[in-house]
Design a protein around this ligand. Structure first.
Ligand code: PMP
Length: 448
């Protein structure tokens, strides 16, 4: 089989038995049974990490550390030293922001885009318009536009980058339009910026918010040559609570920690006068980390491979083979792209409905039905058993740029376990809702 065995995949989840049409996967995906049970399987060995000499503590520490290897290999990062766990993408991006506080001088700038989720806009707004001004430094925040189809305007982006650009922050995939900026081109554009590199040259740092890209694409941080990349595991089958930040090792070596406390310091190297930081990646792990969440998140990646290919990586340790990661994500990408195309075709057959974004997209479709509140549409969908999300999806700038009032839309989004029937049920439900509305509005028009 070259695609996905969706019935087999679905047999690992509990939600189908509840009769749910889960089409809000861009918010969070469902957890497979094995991951829920993993918490119980770990219980006999429940212990803290790096804080005990018991066999249980050593075992938990080994599993926790091996999780970093799995996650690093997933991203094709050189080693676990360049991956750090946070609560989510948002916290990871904030960590980058705080670690760079001392790097900005008067007259520098940060370039981002109007496509960003608030997680990759508000921290830079906070830095440039709140924190640095209070420290007496003026640093400009510049935002690149998108075109009529919600694709990043690369020419505009390039026009914003100059030798004082220290950082370019860009989404890997918009959670509203679904558009996917060409990250190779964004890298080239960021190269015109001016952050000093270890080699002596200057180019801007590039941060990619991969929260919507990671669930359907194989990410290769070295091929992309990104400086920072973040995503959340709760959009990739794992439970809530863990996000990863990849960063180039030299940046992490140089960076100020963002949280200070226990375990992020070198063992015994604290005096009343000085403190030495722990080795990477633990330099950024202050306090007791989300141990179970990290182990389960890494196992979610291993299980993802097993769900798609006939392999048995789940429960093991060590890096995942690159070819397996690429094959798995290619198949998930194709399956979810087919579902998305079917959904768009179905929705667009409705004349009272507008969809946003380009043809080539990550698997989500945001839309509005003329004259109807997207919140009312999502509630009406829910009454028909179809789960959707209404609101601005934290892509407030993009909704405002389109002049949507209120700045909101309704969104359907797909994952590897969705079926053609899910899409058809969702499209049919939308058709009913829009049809009901247009019958009423036609009647009203006839009545004058
Ligand atoms: N960026 C994008 C593009 C997203 O879609 C999301 C989640 N909606 C985030 C960032 C934030 O993720 P989290 O809430 O896990 O921090």
């Amino acid at each position: 089989m070259n695609g996905l065995d969706v019935p087999r995949i679905r047999s690992h989840f509990d939600f189908p038995a509840a009769g749910r049409v889960v089409t809000n996967n861009a918010a969070s995906t469902q957890p497979p049974r094995e991951l829920v049970e993993l918490f119980r399987r770990l219980a006999p060995w429940y212990e803290n990490v790096h804080r005990g000499q018991s066999a249980a503590s050593r075992r938990t520490t080994a599993m926790f550390e091996a999780s970093y290897d799995t996650i690093a290999a997933w991203l094709n990062a050189p080693s676990r030293r360049s991956v750090t766990m946070f609560r989510n993408t948002t916290e990871a991006i904030n960590a980058v922001m705080y670690s760079l506080l001392t790097e900005f001088r008067d007259g520098d700038n940060v370039v981002s885009t109007l496509l960003e989720h608030n997680s990759n806009y508000v921290p830079w707004h906070g830095l440039c318009r709140e924190i640095l001004p209070r420290l007496g430094r003026r640093v400009e925040l510049r935002l690149a536009r998108f075109d009529a189809d919600g694709r990043l305007d690369l020419d505009h982006l390039a026009s914003l980058v100059d030798e004082r650009t220290k950082l370019v922050c860009c989404t890997g995939a918009s959670n509203f339009f679904g558009s996917k900026p060409d990250l190779a081109k964004v890298r080239e554009i960021a190269d015109a910026g001016g952050y000093p590199q270890p080699t002596g040259e200057r180019r801007a740092l590039l941060l990619v918010d991969a929260a919507q890209l990671a669930p359907t694409s194989a990410l290769d941080v070295r091929a992309l040559d990104v400086d920072y990349l973040a995503f959340s595991f709760h959009k990739m089958l794992a439970p809530f609570g863990v996000g990863v930040l990849y960063a180039k090792e030299h940046l992490l070596d140089h960076a100020m920690p963002f949280l200070y406390g226990g375990d992020m310091i070198a063992e015994g190297r604290v005096t009343a006068e000085s403190v030495a930081w722990n080795d990477l990646p633990w330099k950024f792990t202050a306090g007791t980390p989300n141990i179970l969440g990290t182990i389960v998140s890494a196992q979610a990646l291993r299980l993802l491979v097993d769900l798609v290919l006939p392999t048995s990586f789940f429960g093991g340790a060590g890096p995942l083979p690159r070819v397996a990661v690429e094959e798995v994500m290619a198949r998930i990408g194709r399956h979810t792209a087919d579902l998305t195309a079917r959904c768009m075709a179905g929705l667009r057959s409705n004349s009272h409905l507008v969809t946003y974004g380009p043809e080539r997209r990550t698997p989500l479709v945001a839309f509005n039905i003329e004259g109807l509140s997207p919140f009312a549409v999502a509630e009406a969908l829910d009454r028909r058993g179809v789960e959707a999300r209404a609101g601005c999806h934290c892509a407030t700038l993009a909704h405002q740029a389109l002049g949507l009032d209120p700045p909101a839309s309704c969104r359907l989004s797909f994952a590897l376990y969705n079926t053609v029937e899910d899409v058809d049920r969702a499209v049919e439900a939308v058709r009913e809702i829009a049809g009901g509305y247009s019958a009423i509005s036609d009647l009203a028009r006839l009545r004058g």
